[in-house]
Design a protein around this ligand. Sequence first.
Ligand code: C6P
Length: 432
Amino acid sequence: MEADRSHLAPPPSVGGSDPAVATEADWDIEAVRAQFPILSREVHGHPLVYLDSAASAQPPLRVLDRIDRYYREQHANVHRGAHQLSAEATEAYENARATIADHIGADSDEVVFTRGTTESINLVAASWGSRFVGADDIVALTKMEHHSNFVPWQLLAERTGARLRFVDVTPEGTLDLEDFDRALEDRPKIVAFMHVSNSLGTINPVSDLTERARAAGAITVVDGAQAAPHMPIDVQGLGPDFYAFSAHKMCGPTGIGALWGRRELLDDMPPYQGGGEMISEVTTAGSSWAAVPHKFEAGTPNIAGAIGFGEAVRFLSELGFDGLAAHEHDLAAYALARLDEVDGLTLYGPREDRTSVFSFTYGDIHPHDLSTILDQNGIAIRAGHHCNQPLMDRFGLSGTARASFYLYSTRAEVDALIEGLRMAARVFGGLS
Ligand code: C6P
């Protein structure tokens, strides 16, 4: 049923652009949902309302089928055997890389398969960082970062003696651009920042930031974990030097992700790990390295994961990011309007230029209590610091409740969340 839209605030933009407002009727939500078997299960006797896609999105049947087919029909190690199965596995693995590269406007040999965003950033910090960062250098990062774009730089600073400079976040939950510019005056060697905030939904102006950083002589490392699921990524237009993302947040399997890097930078970097497959030659006197990307893929890779990742990217591309962004845009506007109706609820993050992830506190109810009550009603949200402790500190919080929506989410699920919040208020009292 199409809800009355007349009460909606001007919709926020999702995906950086301002797509035409879609309705559930434009986006064939039932056809989309039918592709996700898990969405028809129940939790604690209630239909599942899955509002935790920012943590891990659900995979559609065709991704599950592709992984299943790989194991049933094609499983063998890659790049090793001359036999048919190994050739087929290698072809499927490299095709997945090509699909992902094509999707982000890159060449295949610039895409390194990793375990995910975390490993991608650790790879850059350990490899580029250990070769090019010294005790006199500065690494700039923001207080908005997920721990995976924070701790690797702390480790690098500990190893090298480099200094960290933290760019502030405004009270509205956007990056403090004046502080960003002040940080650049210190001529940092590396500037690391996220594309989209996993707690606030903030979309950072990546191309603007990379341009400013480059002009100041820095390389940029962009955490795209929360952007790649929601918008097409064009690494050439965005302009970073490295871009990291994870499959499991974009309908793919866990344990696989990608690091894109500029070819000349990847070429100059030492290996991250040593072992099979990443070498050109090994002798007792020493070893030489395979060309990129294989130099960074030591050991047997996550072949099934990579193939599933490629299938997920194909799935999203065929569904179309325009329709997806318009659907999320509509849902975000609806969710904002409905959350505004709840007295005692405080929402964190901007109202414009955001994705459909909402962090909030509700009166004095502890976020974990809130999530427990919602879970008893089949509603899955996340509670805690979301691996964003410096950001939580910035807002004087220990944690928030967080509901995140995706391509299969519905207005009815927003309504279920609001009803669940009212239920929690009745349990804890004192709130409407
Ligand atoms: N955020 C969340 O619930 P991995 O675990 O390596 O796939 O992704 C880490 C990561 C990096 N950057 C951002 C912006 C992220 O959101 C995440 C994962 C999940 O917010 C789990 S903490």
